[in-house]
Unconditional design. Structure first.
Length: 57
């Protein structure tokens, strides 16, 4: 995302419980990273094509 100039916030779910809870809320309780929140979409796992599509790239 840096390469395309897309601003983002990186969060470490192992750093504190509040961040972990935020991730679990976004994923419906499913653990696992990465979790990408793009607009109203929540993308779980790394899929470059889905991410590019969600970002309109």
């Amino acid at each position: 995302m840096k390469e395309q100039g897309v601003p983002f916030t990186e969060k470490d779910v192992t750093a504190d419980d509040a961040t972990m809870q935020e991730m679990l809320k976004l994923t419906g309780g499913a653990p696992g990273t990465p979790v990408l929140h793009v607009g109203s979409q929540v993308l779980r796992g790394w899929d470059r094509e889905r991410l590019s599509s969600a970002l309109g790239l």
